[in-house]
Design a protein around this ligand. Structure first.
Ligand SMILES: Cc1ncc(COP(=O)(O)O)c(C=O)c1O
Length: 382
């Protein structure tokens, strides 16, 4: 097979207008806590339909901040999916909580709503839904269930800025919603993240925790602040938010391009019996952070690893999202999880690869990926 240039599974799209904005801020009075942070928060909150937003240094920091504001701590439990990036559960562990995993639903790859309620205990503090690949989890149903049990619903929407659920953008639906602005995500600030909420109380708490736990006391003096509960430095910079604001201007275009590429992939792969294409519920409009396809391994002479290696040999840098969290050594050792606990997520993991998907992807690169995948499948099908 002829080698092509490297096609990554995801990457940023930075243009001259982004560079100009960052340089403008570099020459201004503020490079860290300046006006671009407030403006970026306002823009993302308005776009996503939330009242408040707090921008931070990463999606992981956003999760940590949301969990702290939610009061998740020692002895608590949170319920989440095993099919997510480690940070979703890691940050709960860092707050002292135990992650209780619930298997995924085969069609959406999101947490299986039907299996959540039986896992709710007196220790459960929150359900953490993850919008896998960009498809929102069952927001209405999970929200209702959380309310019924007087617990919180936190949405990890790191994959889903701009995704829609029953005509509404994600961000203002759960009690707290987090986004990531890592370069492979929907828009980027380099590193960066944000927590959205409609609760003034959470908003005020988060602003304090983001900045060391410092509470200003202007009645004593302009310089004065109290530390009642130590916080963190989770701050993002003005430079990053200038990039975010510039990127945000093109979010509609970015999502449109992603959806067009997904359509091309779906058309190319939908009739291949060895491939399962990802699906989108009829009430969802996904922003498509990643494009995970599954292989019916019983119809192939080789496994997923060999397909991964063949694609990489052809400079197509497909990825695997994700090893289910309960199979990581820490989660096995600390919480006693083991292979077989979540069969749907485990089966999915064994047969999945995320193909390259990013808005700046050239038409000919999409064609190369399709051609190469088809060629590999044809040469190893049973
Ligand atoms: C589902 C999910 N949650 C959280 C994060 C963490 O975001 P960040 O990389 O910005 O810390 C990621 C990043 O990949 C993610 O995919």
């Amino acid at each position: 097979m002829k080698k092509s240039k490297i096609i990554p599974y995801g990457r940023q799209w930075i243009d001259e207008s982004d560079i100009k904005e960052v340089v403008r801020v570099l020459k201004s009075d503020w490079i860290t806590q300046g006006p671009n942070i407030d403006e970026f928060e306002r823009k993302i909150a308005d776009y996503s339909g939330a009242k408040y937003a707090v921008a931070v240094s990463s999606g992981t920091a956003a999760l940590h901040l949301a969990y702290l504001a939610a009061g998740i701590g020692e002895g608590d439990e949170i319920i989440t999916t095993p099919l997510t990036f480690a940070a979703t559960a890691n940050m709960a562990v860092k707050c002292g909580a135990k992650p209780i995993f619930v298997d995924i639903e085969e069609s959406t790859l999101n947490i299986d709503f039907e299996k959540i309620e039986e896992k709710i205990s007196s220790k459960t503090k929150a359900i953490i839904g993850v919008d896998f690949a960009g498809q929102p989890c069952d927001l209405d149903k999970i929200g209702k269930l959380a309310k019924k049990h007087n617990i919180l619903f936190i949405e990890d929407a790191a994959h889903a800025l701009g995704s829609e659920y029953k005509g509404r953008k994600v961000g203002g639906i759960a009690d707290l919603t987090i986004f990531s602005f890592h370069p492979v995500k929907l828009i980027t600030t380099g590193e960066g993240g944000m927590v959205l909420t409609n609760s003034k109380d959470f908003y005020e708490k988060m602003r304090i925790i983001r900045h060391h736990g410092a509470v200003k006391r202007p009645e004593i003096g302009g310089w004065y602040y109290d530390i009642k509960d130590p916080g963190f430095n989770f701050r993002i910079t003005d430079l990053q938010c200038a990039l975010g604001l510039s990127q945000f201007k093109r979010i509609r275009k970015f999502i449109k391009k992603r959806r067009e590429i997904v359509k091309k992939y779906n058309t190319a792969f939908k009739n291949i019996p060895q491939i399962i294409i990802p699906s989108e519920k009829e009430y969802v409009k996904s922003a498509w952070h990643i494009y995970p396809i599954q292989f019916r391994l019983e119809k192939l002479k080789i496994g997923r690893k060999e397909i991964y290696d063949l694609l990489h040999e052809n400079n197509i840098k497909a990825q695997v999202h994700y090893l289910p969290l309960h199979l990581h050594p820490f989660y096995k050792k600390k919480f006693g999880y083991k292979e077989g606990d979540f069969p749907v997520a485990e089966k999915y993991y064994k047969q999945v690869l995320s193909l390259p998907l990013f808005p700046a992807m050239a038409e000919k690169d999409v064609k190369t990926v399709i051609k190469t995948v088809k060629k590999i499948i044809n040469s190893v099908k049973r």
